[in-house]
Design a protein around this ligand. Structure first.
Ligand code: A2P
Length: 340
């Protein structure tokens, strides 16, 4: 008989939790029993999984010793409180929040980039899923870093509202409808109107003037590539796009690499697809390519005009899939393949 795992999805009624469920189905993850957990508000709600109706249970009362793996998709404060409880009862937590990412004894894993770092998972029984913007950027940059070394990364992100969960999607949809009907907009989720606007503000401002989202890209790049000498210079921007983040990335490399060589290198990289034909106006965009896809798309590959060792790239991916749920499921696949 094939081995199966009893698993839990925390935040199963949320955007990332729902995506985890659909990816588990699509990839035929070997599940025995699945427990769907959320807040008291959702108890008794029914969710379809593999053709069966499963009732949502209250996270607060759940006994994690019944499970081997749990995906936490309910935000930082829920992870802070409940992930250690799950981990202490023997369940391996794959956490989507940023709460544990910088802890030295919690692996921060992108399976295509640093799969071996998962080896230390048992120190805490918690594995952290990186930030969505970091995941897609490093899928594109890790092969270049391995080839010639990256010294500096300048990145500007164009991030979809799905990064703020269902509330973000609703905010953009409602504000857009209001404006098109000449009504006042209501601002609830972001500090200003997001419909027909662009906000250089994601997560909270830090003392150094950067936002926490920007600092996540710095800290997580250093941890995942195991190289604190790489200068990461980010600006994170929220745009009125529903799904999929885009990033304009400029890198300074230690050695010379041509745009053609980068194209060839990335064409062979796992999880990456190059769409880059300026002659036929082919490039990736959030709506056409990113949304709903499991890949990281790279376009507009160009050499630095100053003739330095530098490359520009445009990187697009679905933040809810490779940036969150898919990466988290792939971590579990890696775990069961190598360690369980
Ligand atoms: P609920 O639907 O019961 O509020 P999103 O990011 O799309 O907003 O989803 C957030 C997810 O996290 C939802 O599934 C939500 O459940 C869950 N959640 C939020 N707060 C808690 C909590 N305190 N305990 C358990 N689940 C929570």
């Amino acid at each position: 008989m094939s081995i199966t795992y009893d698993v839990a999805v925390v935040g199963a009624t949320g955007l990332v939790g729902e995506t985890v469920l659909s990816i588990l189905e699509q990839r035929n993850f070997p599940i025995g029993t699945i427990y769907l957990l959320a807040s008291e508000r959702s108890v008794g709600k029914k969710i379809q999984f593999q053709g069966k109706s499963v009732s949502v249970e209250n996270l607060q009362d759940f006994d994690f010793s019944q499970t081997q793996i749990a995906w936490f998709c309910a935000g930082g404060s829920t992870s802070e409180k409940y992930a250690p409880i799950a981990a202490d009862s023997g369940c391996i937590v794959i956490d989507n929040s940023s709460f544990f990412r910088n802890d030295f004894d919690v692996p921060l894993v992108i399976p295509e980039v640093n799969p071996d770092s998962i080896i230390n998972y048992s120190a805490r029984n918690i594995i952290a899923n990186p930030n969505c913007s970091t995941i897609q950027m490093l899928l594109a940059l890790a092969p270049i870093h391995r080839e010639v070394g990256i010294e500096r990364i300048n990145v500007c992100t164009y991030q979809a509202v799905s990064g703020s969960g269902k509330a973000g999607l609703e905010e953009l949809a409602k504000q857009t409808t209001s404006l098109l009907n000449a009504r006042e907009v209501e601002v609830n989720v972001y500090s200003q109107q997001i419909a027909f606007n662009v906000l250089p503000h994601i997560d909270v401002f830090q003392d150094n003037g950067y936002t926490r989202e920007e600092m996540k890209m710095v800290w997580e790049t250093h941890k995942i590539l195991e190289d604190e000498s790489i200068v990461v210079n980010p600006t994170c921007v929220r745009v009125p796009v529903f799904h999929a983040h885009s990033e304009a990335v400029h890198i300074d490399t230690a050695g010379y690499i041509s745009a053609d060589e980068v194209r060839t290198l990335l064409a062979g990289a796992e999880g990456v697809e190059v769409i880059d034909s300026p002659q036929t106006q082919e490039y990736a965009s959030a709506v056409v390519n990113g949304s709903g896809s499991d890949k990281v798309f790279v376009s507009r590959i160009r050499e630095d005009l100053a003739g330095n060792n530098g490359i520009n790239l445009w990187v697009v991916s679905d933040n809810g899939r490779k940036g969150a749920a898919l990466n988290a499921v792939q971590i579990a696949e890696l775990l069961i393949e190598k360690y369980l």
